[in-house]
Write a protein that binds this ligand. Structure first.
Ligand code: LLP
Length: 420
């Protein structure tokens, strides 16, 4: 459920009509709904309420905007981060360091040290050597790092290959068959409290079966580790739950997911950690854009909008679907291609799509753009960096500025040897 609705024929975000935002902030612009964010956060929390001990760390790579993080922090969410930059953001949003999980396959020594200095709650180790280095750094700083070992359960999550992470050939985690040996060698090192295991098999999952299979495997591993005398009090079950980009394709609900986790993990006697991203923010955001031209095409018209692949990369990168709707629909429908101004054939949002009829100057939105939208934006073609707006009831605020090309140019230098 979300709070993007037509009222009197005009698309509103909560109580704010979209055209008002377009007028005051310009387009393209990402728009998030606070009420939707809060609802999603609560629904996910509720879905896990049958489990004894849980911690939810929002995967902030999905939407690292500080205002968005603040909304989630107020809901009791921590953060799953993958870089020093994401640690800084989580802290800037008021999240507590102990509620932060530090994932990532390539944490540098400097990032590990930064994590230690601020007191990160859990380091998710990706390889044995990382554990050894973390132990050394922690010991040298007079600290003990709380950590879990990420295992690769070798299951096919059945999602897009570019966002699948749990097959043995993927770069993530240690092979589950080697987990016991690595645990044995790392546990008990001064500076390291290795207290559990983690996994994450992929994103935009539509089938709970592979996830359940992976969770069962990790449950067996926990039993084996305990049998060898290790104390295990944490299991991190990752993120990955899908969202409905197309309305007739409905993913498992958070409640279905929670019931599955209960079935598998209720008696593990650990704190279960969760790292949801997309399911919390996906439907809480849209990308508002304006039609520049309607260009006649050979087969069908091209609706050229002012948003492009640099603003929303998902269609060009993963052939992803985002619903497109007019902000003030006339009821008339057309068949068209929707494309951006970037000079690449791949800069299309939709081909051969039945959509609301649009003319130059009309506003439209790409739905379900709150996850992996603004955060993956770039300035390709020297376009401005897309701004973000947060709506709260009757009010809204710009929560990330449109960064203009002039600002980017000012950050570049012409070296002396090129000066005339
Ligand atoms: N935990 C880990 C270790 C992850 O790698 C990810 C996502 C998550 C949690 C959150 O997954 P989620 O609940 O959002 O599915 N840019 C791609 C998605 C990349 C996902 C990367 N990892 C897209 O736009 O579809």
């Amino acid at each position: 459920m979300d709070y993007f609705e037509y009222r009197g024929g005009v698309l509103h975000v909560e109580n704010v009509p979209m055209p008002r935002i377009a007028e005051e902030v310009g387009t393209p612009v990402y728009i998030y709904s606070r009420a939707t964010l809060e609802r999603h956060a609560q629904v996910f929390k509720q879905a896990l309420s049958g489990l004894p001990r849980t911690h939810i760390a929002f995967a902030i790579k999905a939407n690292p905007n500080i205002a968005v993080l603040k909304v989630l922090a107020k809901q009791g969410y921590g953060a799953d981060v993958v870089s020093g930059g994401e640690i800084a953001r989580a802290l800037a949003a008021g999240m507590k360091a102990e509620d932060i999980v530090f994932s990532g396959v390539g944490k540098t020594r400097a990032e590990l040290q930064y994590g230690l200095d601020v007191g990160i709650g859990q380091f998710n180790l990706e390889l044995e050597e990382e554990g050894a280095v973390l132990a050394q750094l922690a010991h040298a700083s007079g600290k003990t790092a709380s950590a879990v070992l990420r295992v690769n359960p070798d299951v096919d999550a059945g999602t897009h290959a570019k966002i699948s992470t749990g097959k043995s050939e993927n770069k993530f985690g240690v092979p589950i068959s080697e987990a016991k040996g690595i645990f044995e060698r790392l546990a008990g090192r001064p500076g390291l409290n290795l207290r559990g295991v983690a996994l994450h098999i992929g994103s935009q999952l539509f089938d709970l079966a592979p996830l359940e299979a992976a969770y069962r495997r990790i449950g067996e591993l926990v039993a084996e580790l305990r049998a060898e005398g290790h104390v295990i009090d944490r299991v991190d079950l990752g993120g990955g739950l899908g969202v409905p980009y197309e309305r007739d394709k409905v993913p498992p609900s958070p409640a279905d997911y929670g019931a599955m986790v209960e079935r598998v993990a209720k008696d593990w006697d650990v704190t279960l950690m969760f790292e949801p991203g997309r399911v919390i923010v996906g439907n809480a955001g849209v990308l508002l854009t304006k039609v520049i031209w309607v260009k006649p095409g050979v087969l069908r018209p091209y609706i050229i909008v002012d948003a492009a692949m640099n603003d929303l990369a998902r269609p060009a990168m993963y052939d992803a679907w985002h619903d497109f709707e007019a902000v003030v629909p006339t009821g008339e429908r057309i068949n068209a291609n929707i494309a951006g101004p970037v000079c690449e054939t791949g800069d299309t949002f939709a081909m051969n799509r039945d959509i609301d009829a649009m003319k130059a100057g009309d506003l439209g939105i790409f739905r379900t753009a709150g996850a992996y939208g603004a955060t993956m934006a770039s300035t390709y073609n020297s376009r401005a960096l897309v701004p973000e707006v947060l709506v709260d009831g009757d009010q809204f605020a710009v929560v990330a500025d449109r960064v203009m090309p002039e600002t980017l140019i000012a950050a570049e230098r012409v070296p002396d040897f090129l000066k005339d």
